[in-house]
Structures are given as C-alpha cells and as structure tokens.
Design a protein around this ligand. Structure first.
Ligand code: HEC
Ligand code: HEC
Length: 265
C-alpha cells in the first residue's frame, strides 16, 4: 500500500515538472471549476454523518460550545453571552468572513484568534490552546451560525500582502515529495491517492470531525496533515504561514457553503 502511494506521488511529481519549468513568471491564481466541496468527494458514510445532526459526532463539540458561550470566564466574570447575547443572532454569518484583518489589532486574524482575543481582552481569561476541546467547541459553535452561508472574504489593500503570501505557499513545491498544494488540489482532484479521493482542498467544513483522528480538529491541523503528507516542515497552528494560506484558501473557495461542523474521513 505504502509503496503504491509513493509511486503515485512520484507520478504526480514527474507529470508536473514540465509545468513548473515554464512558470518563472508569477502564477495567476485561479479557482477550480466547477467549485466543489470536499463533501462531494467523500464516501456515503461520511456524507450521511455530516448531514444528520443527530448522528454527527461533530455536534458534541457544538453542544459543548453552546454551554461555554453562556459560562462566565476569567476575572471579568463575563460570558460570551454577556456581550454578544444570542449567538444565533449576533454570530450569524460571521465565520464566513474569516480570516480578516481585525480592526482592534490591524492583523490578519482567524476565528480562533478572534475568540482568543475576546478571551484575553474582554474576559481577562487565559487564551485557549489550539486543538483544546474548549477552543474547538467555541469555534464549532460560532461557525455553525454560518452554516449554509457562502464563504465571503474580501481581498483589499489591508490584506493583499497576506493573500499574496498565502498564494505563493499554495504554488510552491515543498518537502521530500516536492509537490505543491496546486499539484494535488487544482490538477488532480477527483483522482485516487491511496484510499483517499483528492478534493479541491477547501476549508469550508472546519473545524471538522475526522474519522482518522477520532476527534474534532481545526483547519490548521488539517493543513499541517498535508504538509506532513509531502514530508515538509510543519508550520505551527496559528502561525503566520497558515493564516496567510487560510486567507488564500478562503478566497479560492469563495461562494462555497460553510459546512461547519463538518465530518471527513
Ligand atoms: C466584554 C464584552 C465581550 C465579551 C465578554 C466577549 N466579546 Fe467577543 N467581541 C466583543 C467586541 C467589542 C467585539 C468587536 C466588535 C464586534 O465585532 O462585535 C467582539 C468581537 C467578537 C467576534 C468577531 C465578530 C465579527 O463580526 O467579526 C467574535 C467571533 C467574538 N467576539 C466571539 C466571542 C466569544 C466566543 C466570546 C466568549 C469566549 C466573546 N466574544 C466574549 C466583546 C466581547
Ligand atoms: C500529494 C497530494 C497532496 C498535496 C501536495 C496536498 N494535499 Fe491537501 N489533501 C490531500 C488529500 C489526499 C486530502 C484528503 C482528501 C481530500 O479532502 O482532499 C487532502 C485534504 C486537504 C484539505 C481538506 C479538504 C476537506 O474538504 O476536508 C485541505 C484544505 C487541503 N488538503 C489543503 C492543502 C494545502 C493548502 C496544501 C499545500 C500546503 C495541500 N493540501 C497539499 C492531498 C494533498
């Protein structure tokens, strides 16, 4: 099995070395067409789990997130609800616009980052760790309020540098396998790699429950898994590289519906 996977990867690499040799000029980013969610490439079992909130394991984190939303935390004694009231109203559509440049810090921030900003500044509580159940739960709960809404990020003068850096990462070969994201997710989606069908590589279901992890994971954890797959150095969750990549990927998936909390293989 492993040997077959390596051969496939090498095949992909060889097939595309011709492409990279021509592209000395900056690449023009493009969106895959037709735009398809990873769920469209998923098996029947995964689709059934994601579609049914009663059997979806991801909903456990949503339930927990709703509880946390209403619990006072930190020295402020305030809960998220103290300021934001009913999340179903105040958080509707919010996650579809992330990552974005935060008006308070003037930095590109994803949903996890914004939640932690509220934790530290507005609740005077310790920030939550990436992949902690608490941060996954709050992110899933806030994200759910955008489910079904189209991903909608705006590229402007404030975030253009981040966008360009994310785009460059997407098109740069990396790791011992020496493939770029684009080689799999633009040029080979729909094809089999080991037991997986390669999707277009969108972030619309995250945070998501992965059967392989047997738990919920952040978008950055999923991205790290792809860096690992090509044997590249892993950027830490929350790092600038992954934030910039997240922005580029959100732009690239513009219009796809948010599926949070998703289920994947
Ligand atoms: C003391 C009041 C206060 C508390 C407590 C608080 N926030 Fe906030 N939050 C704000 C303010 C002010 C903003 C920035 C203005 C805005 O976008 O509403 C904000 C912004 C946000 C945003 C971004 C909204 C957007 O439109 O981009 C999210 C998401 C968020 N908070 C989540 C949370 C969560 C989750 C908690 C609990 C862990 C929390 N907040 C606790 C005051 C608070
Ligand atoms: C060797 C091929 C390969 C490369 C290179 C690769 N990936 Fe992936 N990626 C996969 C496979 C296989 C999966 C799991 C099946 C799927 O959802 O596509 C995956 C999953 C994903 C997903 C999750 C999609 C979903 O719906 O859950 C995202 C996002 C993603 N990749 C982004 C990236 C990014 C960004 C890069 C570059 C840093 C990258 N990938 C590089 C093969 C690759």
């Amino acid at each position: 099995m492993i040997r077959r996977g390596v051969v496939l990867l090498l095949l992909l690499a060889v097939t595309h070395s011709a492409i990279s040799a021509q592209s000395a000029q900056p690449v023009q980013p493009f969106r895959p067409t037709p735009l398809k969610s990873g769920i469209d490439f998923s098996g029947a079992e995964v689709r059934a789990l994601q579609q049914d909130d009663f059997s979806s394991p991801a909903m456990l984190w949503v339930t927990r997130g709703e509880k946390l939303w209403n619990e006072p935390a930190g020295n402020s004694g305030k809960s998220c609800a103290t300021c934001h009231k009913d999340a179903r109203v105040s958080m509707k559509g919010v996650s579809a616009g992330y990552p974005k440049v935060d008006p308070d810090t003037a930095k590109l921030t994803n949903l996890e980052g914004r939640i932690n900003q509220c934790r530290t500044q507005n609740q005077q509580a310790a920030p939550l760790r990436y992949e902690s159940d608490e941060l996954l739960a709050l992110t899933a709960y806030v994200g759910l309020q955008s489910r079904g809404q189209p991903v909608n990020v705006v590229i402007d003068t404030q975030n253009r540098r981040n966008f360009e850096r994310g785009r460059d990462i997407f098109y740069t070969r990396m790791g011992q396998i020496n493939l770029a994201c684009t080689h799999c997710h633009d040029r080979n989606f729909g094809r089999k790699l080991l037991n997986d069908t390669i999707s277009q590589g969108h972030g619309n279901p995250y945070p998501a429950y992965r059967l392989e992890w047997q738990t919920m994971g952040s978008f950055h954890r999923r991205l790290r898994a792809c860096f690992f797959g090509v044997r590249a150095e892993l950027p830490p969750a929350g790092s600038q590289d992954l934030l910039d990549l997240e922005l580029f990927l959100a732009w690239r998936s513009q219009g796809l519906k948010v599926e949070t909390p998703g289920v994947r293989k």
